[in-house]
Design a protein around this ligand. Sequence first.
Ligand code: SF4
Ligand code: SF4
Length: 315
Amino acid sequence: MDIKSIMPNINKHVDKSRPYISPSENAHVGLNVPQIVLEYGSIKTKAKSLPNLYKYMLGSLKQMRKTYKELYKQPQNPIKEITTKDLEDMKELARKLGASDIGFAKVDPSYIFDDKLIIYPNAVVLVMEMNPNIINTAPSKGAEKEIFRTYYELCVQVNRIKDFLNDRGYNAAAGPSLGGEVNYPLLAQKAGMGVIGKHGMLISSIQGPSLRLAAVYTDIENLPIEDHNDHLWINDFCKTCNRCVKKCPGGAIYKETVTFEDGSKQCIDYKKCAVPFSRNNGCTVCIKECMFFRSEYNKIRTAFLSGLFRSYGQS
Ligand code: SF4
Ligand code: SF4
């Protein structure tokens, strides 16, 4: 079954007679998680995991349909400059809805997946933490359920933030956490919220790699966009660590990460990852075993910068 044909897709809703932003020529192919599960999971596994996940899967699909149905439900005379009050109120709402971090970035067209489009150039990037106690049980049904819970909550959150911005007079379009249009780890890295680790996921100072991401796109012109990233030292740390490379049950994480011109990275052989991922409850070993999940960001930073980093990740 081709999951792409039944997943809600922004391209079916974009009006090409209006402005939109296409991916650049060097854009990458997006990873389709549900397709991987269907292609590589055994029938037994699928039958076992569906009752555990269907509530969040169906909920996410419903939210995604709302996202795309309301793509052009926008204010008549949109405001392009956000007030300090509206910005703070938006952050407050995001926190109330479960966001653990919020960032801002201009979307580089090379971050848009090669078969997708977006309609506004700037992004509010939203991070939601996955419960570390549950993720620590991975691979497990509980950890897989926690992943899908986070996907679902983020799908709700981006729709609520979109509605909030619209109500205050701004253009906004939600970008769902599942099947999104843009490479979110790259977008969050550009927003200075963390760095992409050797396992291909964002590592943040707040929740390490135990997080999921989504975005809301807008043409607000004065968002507090970051142009620096305090976490770039993680790139050097990962080169010396390799713990996730050693622990990955599929042997899927490259020891030598390939970095492209736009800053995007090829970290994983997805065909190798797909088997443990789809057959063993979404795997998630690379999050659980990451040094930034097992220890605190500041402890690792201090040890690394003082030359004691060899005590990490050598097991
Ligand atoms: S999900 Fe599992 S198989 Fe895939 S990269 Fe992570 S540890 Fe490896
Ligand atoms: S386990 Fe080590 S190498 Fe892998 S992403 Fe985490 S810090 Fe980087």
